[in-house]
Design a protein around this ligand. Structure first.
Ligand code: NAP
Length: 347
């Protein structure tokens, strides 16, 4: 089966990861790339400041960048769009595509917490995808909108889903986030070299709300947020890729570190092309200094989660987790949602 896809915002940090991940994808054929008016009409090679560690695929390099409108992609005849636009732009233009019947798998933060928009990680809550039926009824769209969570949220939530069986009640998390998470124009070198910035606008609220939606129950009509109390502190540090997070959790039960490690290690992945065979890799007590961004962000091609440092606390447990923010945390997350949309017959 072949599905023609397009990327909205294809020239940015996340857009470039889409290009990289779509190269040789068994199902998806890239047929359209869009960006801002400044880039439209140029070849992809001219428009993109290519920064990923593999060359631009030859066929993509010569593609013409289209304007980000339904008319811009009309000739490409795509079945599915991936969106990596700034959220302000996405909130303006995504509805135009949805009204025209496009299915959109989006990274942008607008509408992630909307009651009729599925916020999904295919390994965690694939059943939430059926919110699309509610969305179509309420909005009158022929298309469908699915969102993946923020990169810092997606780093932590798979580990929480794995240990929720012990009655997760409270989560405290402090992040050490890479500069690529802010996009190409996000943080200047003068701000971040030899520094750490203890504020990332809106990030803490995203972690606190999106986590509870992802872990919530879908009853066929609405998602009921998970009851755990989540509080986050988000920090930017001078790593390039890979968000590292320190998590403190409390439970109704009293799991040992070995119980928590075993639950994470045995967490099952669905049979989707881009989902790793083992989603969560867990380091034991013998390697207390792992995971680290430089050493562990490419686990499972950047699509895996790596955890370690699991230790008891007075009131529960603490551990560290890490994921590649522009792969698992962004483009790869959207791509995986695209694979789920195909699997479930929405594309
Ligand atoms: P970025 O590097 O700034 O790229 C933005 C993209 O959007 C570029 O292709 C840009 O095209 C295009 N664009 C900008 N303004 C536009 C407009 N008015 N009309 C049409 N296209 C426009 O940003 P990014 O880091 O890739 O992030 C993209 C989205 O993903 C954001 O919503 C971000 O919050 C989300 N996200 C990012 C990460 C991450 O780790 N970076 C993780 C999760 C989610 P030009 O090249 O022509 O300007």
């Amino acid at each position: 089966m072949s599905v023609r896809v397009g990327i909205l915002g294809a020239t940015g940090a996340v857009g470039q990861r889409f290009i990289q991940l779509l190269d040789d994808h068994p199902t998806f054929d890239l047929a359209a790339v869009t960006a801002s008016a400044e880039s439209a009409g140029k070849t992809y090679r001219e428009a993109a400041k290519w920064r990923v560690n593999t060359p631009i695929p030859d066929d993509v390099a010569e593609m013409e960048v289209a304007e980000t409108t339904p008319a811009g992609v009309a000739d490409a005849d795509v079945d599915l769009l991936f969106s990596s636009l700034p959220s302000g732009v996405a909130s303006e233009v995504e509805p135009d595509f949805l009204a025209e019947g496009y299915v959109v798998s989006s990274n942008s933060s607008n509408d992630r917490m909307a009651a009729d928009v599925p916020l999904t990680i295919p390994e965690i809550n694939p059943d939430h995808l059926d919110l699309i039926e509610v969305q179509r009824d309420e909005r009158g769209w022929d298309g469908a909108l699915v969102k993946n969570p923020n990169c810092s949220t997606i780093t932590m939530v798979p580990t929480l889903a794995a240990i929720d069986e012990f009655g997760l009640e409270s989560v405290r998390v402090s992040t050490l986030q890479a500069v690529s998470g802010a996009g190409y124009s996000g943080v200047t070198s003068m701000e971040i070299i030899d520094n750490a910035i203890p504020h990332i606008g809106g990030e803490e609220a995203k972690m606190e709300t999106e986590s509870r939606k992802l872990l919530g129950e879908f009853d066929g009509a609405a998602v009921h947020l998970h009851e755990a109390d989540v509080a986050a502190s988000c920090n930017r540090i001078p790593t390039l890729d890979g968000h590292l997070e320190n998590v403190f959790a409390e439970f109704a039960e009293d799991p040992s570190p070995e119980d928590l490690r075993a639950a994470m290690r045995s967490f099952e992945s669905p049979d989707l092309h881009s989902s790793p065979d083992r989603l969560i890799k867990v380091f034991g007590d013998d390697e207390p200094d792992r995971p680290q961004p430089r050493l562990d962000r490419t686990y499972a091609g950047g699509m895996g989660i790596v955890a370690g440092g699991v230790q008891p606390t007075e009131t529960g447990a603490k551990y560290n987790c890490l994921a590649h923010n522009t792969i698992r945390g962004a483009a790869g997350a959207s791509l995986l949602n695209g694979e789920l949309l195909v699997e479930e017959g929405y594309v």
